[in-house]
Design a protein around this ligand. Sequence first.
Ligand code: AMP
Length: 193
Amino acid sequence: MFNLVIFGGPGSGKGTQSDLLIEEYGLFHISTGEVLRDQINRGTELGKIADSFISGGNLIPDDLMVSILGKVLDENTDKIANGVIFDGFPRTIEQAKALTTLLADRNMKLNVVIGLEVNDEELTARLIKRGKDSGRSDDNEETIKKRLQVYHNQTSPLRDFYVNEGLYAKIEGCGTIEEIFANIKSAVASAKK
Ligand code: AMP
C-alpha cells in the first residue's frame, strides 16, 4: 500500500496529475473538493453548508471536513488496498494532524507528500482560464484572489510541517504535464525505497 498527498495551491495541477497517478499506480483518488461539489449538485444538507463556504473562497470547518474524510475512507475499504491519493486534503495543520490519526486508526500511513510549487501569477492565470468552462462557482476573479489568500494563510504552512516529517517532495509545477509527471514518478520511486 502506498498513500500520498498531492499538495499545492488552487490551480497547481493536483487534479491533472492525480489522473496520471491513478493510471500509473492504481491508487484510489479522494478529492475533497469533488466530494463537496457532488453534495452541492445533489442538493443535500451538507451540500448547502459546503456551498456557503466554497462560493466565498473559504475553507469548510476542520471538524466537518475530517468527519467527511473518515466516512469516505470507511465507505471504500474495498477500493483502497493499493493506496490512496489525497487531493485537496489536508488544507490546515489541524487537518494534517487529524489525517495522521485517521490513517493510524486504519493501519495506514502517509508515504509521501507531492508538493506542486507554482507561483501566484501562474495560478491566477490558470484558474481564470479554467473558469471560462469549468462552471465552478469559485473560479471567478474575486474568489480566486480570496482562495490564494486562504492558501497562503492556512494551507502553505503545511509545507514546513511535512518537510519536518521528512515527507515533503518538492516538484516544480510549471512545465509540461509530462515533465511534471516524470518528476512526480521519481519522487514516488524514492519514497518507495
Ligand atoms: P478544490 O476542488 O480542492 O479546489 O476545493 C474547492 C473548495 O472546496 C475549496 O476552495 C474549499 O472551499 C473546499 N474544500 C476542499 N477541500 C477542503 C478541505 N480539505 N478543507 C476545507 N475546505 C475544503
